[in-house]
Design a protein around this ligand. Structure first.
Ligand code: DC
Length: 232
């Protein structure tokens, strides 16, 4: 079973993706963490963000692994645990810039497809292009969204909890900048797949969104059972 969760940053994709993966015993793949891994490798190498050739080479040579349970997912870059370093706003912006380069996407898309296809029970993937590009035939597709102000508020509170120095206004400006780049890039822009279930999480808490998603999945399973019964 493949579950695709797409949407802009801060809509709750990764938290809900982890919750679903845990409940359904599926692999959880945070595809944004992979773009962040490449972003961090670019940052640490001192490469200019304008130097596409060098960035492509970094993406081709970076070994990015996601290991552990959804709750304690570790991101390894060339064997080093970078789970914390990749979460800064700076790395998020660089990830968003490198993700506009088609050759970088090609490397990561292939890796993500392989991981998803080889997951024994199936996989929950969250990102921007899961339902449109990586798994257009996913069993269920969700597009989680929320007003920029709600997403910025959540991100800002997370940052405060983690002791990162920032302001709400700065977080909102960064979210708007990243949205704009993710929506307007030529290759695999963030968009709603035709058959995705769209959930606006602005006014909902996590539990409510989770229940809505589980309801959709149960309906899908029961439709599938009816279809199979008709075939026999
Ligand atoms: O989900 P995130 O905020 O950690 O993702 C960081 C950036 O990576 C995001 O701004 C765009 C890019 N990305 C992408 O282009 N495609 C994906 N499937 C996931 C992330």
């Amino acid at each position: 079973m493949i579950i695709a969760i797409d949407g802009p940053s801060g809509a709750g994709k990764s938290t809900l993706g982890k919750m679903l993966a845990k409940r359904l015993n599926l692999l959880y793949l945070d595809t944004g963490a992979m773009y962040r891994g490449v972003g961090l490798a670019v940052l640490e190498s001192g490469t200019s963000i304008e130097d596409e050739e060098e960035i492509i080479e970094i993406a081709e040579n970076a070994e990015i692994e996601l290991i552990g349970e959804p709750d304690s997912l570790q991101v390894l870059l060339n064997g080093r645990d970078v789970s914390t370093e990749i979460r800064t706003n700076e790395v998020g912006q660089i990830a968003s810039i490198v993700s506009t380069i088609p050759e970088v996407r090609k490397v990561l898309v292939e890796h993500q497809r392989n991981l998803g296809e080889n997951a024994p029970e199936g996989c929950v993937l969250d990102g921007r292009d899961i339902g449109t590009v990586i798994f257009p035939n996913a069993d269920a597709k969700f597009f989680l969204t929320a007003k920029p102000e709600a997403r910025a508020r959540r991100r800002f509170e997370e940052d405060l909890d983690k002791g990162r120095a920032t302001t709400y206004e700065q977080t909102l400006a960064e979210i708007n900048l990243r949205d704009e780049r993710d929506i307007s890039r030529a290759d695999s822009p963030l968009m709603i797949a035709e058959d995705a279930v769209v959930i606006d999480t602005s006014e909902l808490n996590l539990r409510e969104v989770f229940e809505q998603m589980m309801r959709v999945l149960r309906e899908r399973q029961s439709d599938e059972r009816t279809r199979m019964a008709r075939l026999h």
